[in-house]
Design a protein around this ligand. Sequence first.
Ligand code: MG
Ligand code: MG
Length: 254
Amino acid sequence: MAHLKTRAEIEKMRQAGRVVHKAIHTAGCAIAPGVTTAKLEDIASQIISDSGGSSPFLGYAPSGHPPFPAWTCISVNTQIVHGVPSDIALREGDIVTIDCGVELDGWIADSAWTFPVGDVSPIAQKLLQVTHASLFKGIGEARRGHRIGDIGWAIQRYAESHGFSVVRELTGHGVGKTLHEGLQIPNYGRRGKGTPIQAGMTLAIEPMLNAGKRDISVLDDKWTIVTADGSLSAHFEHTVAVTISGTEILTNGE
Ligand code: MG
Ligand code: MG
C-alpha cells in the first residue's frame, strides 16, 4: 500500500521537486541542433549535485538490467523512455524527453518533459501538445475519493480521441522515500476501478503516447525502450500530492 504522507513530508518532496524542475528546464533551455544528450545530462546532473541532491536513477538495477549509467534518462524521437545520454547530437526536427528524479534529504520527486528541437513536424507538435494535455487530464482525476483507474481512463480517452496510442507496459507509480513506491498507475484503464485514492498519497503520473501503434521494443543496451513501429513517442510526468482539499503538483517549480 502507498504510504500516506504528512504535510511536512509533502513539503520535503516539494523541495526535491523544485530541483527536478530546475534540472529539466535548465537542460531544456540548452536544447538546440548540434547539442548532445550527454551535454543535457551534464547540465542536469550539475544542478542536482549543486543542490545537495542525488539521482535515484544512477545505478538503478532491477533484475535483468545492468545498472542505469546516468542521472537522467534522455529519449529521442522513437525512444519512449529510459534512453541513455550519449554523444549523438540532436538535429533540427527531433523531439527529446528529459526524465529526471531527485532524492533530497531522503525524499524523491520525479518528472519528465518532452521538448522540440527547433522546428518540428506538425505531427510531432500535435503529439507534444496532446501528451502534455493528457498528463493534466490524468492529474485532474487524481483526487481523494476517486480511484487509480480514473487516472488512466482519462489519459487513454483523451489520447485515443486525438489518434494517438497509449503505452501499456510502462506505468506511473507511487513515489516517496523510494522511486517506485508500491502502487502502479497505468495510463489506460476503466473509470471507477482500482485502488481508492486517499489524501496523503504522492503519485508520479506519466503518460507515454505514441504517434503510431502502442507496441514497444527494447534496445540491446537493455534499457532504451522504443516504439516497435518506429513512430514518434512523447512523455510528460509530474509528481503530485493528493490532499484533503485537492491535488498539488510538486514538480512545477513552485
Ligand atoms: Mg520520471
Ligand atoms: Mg516516473
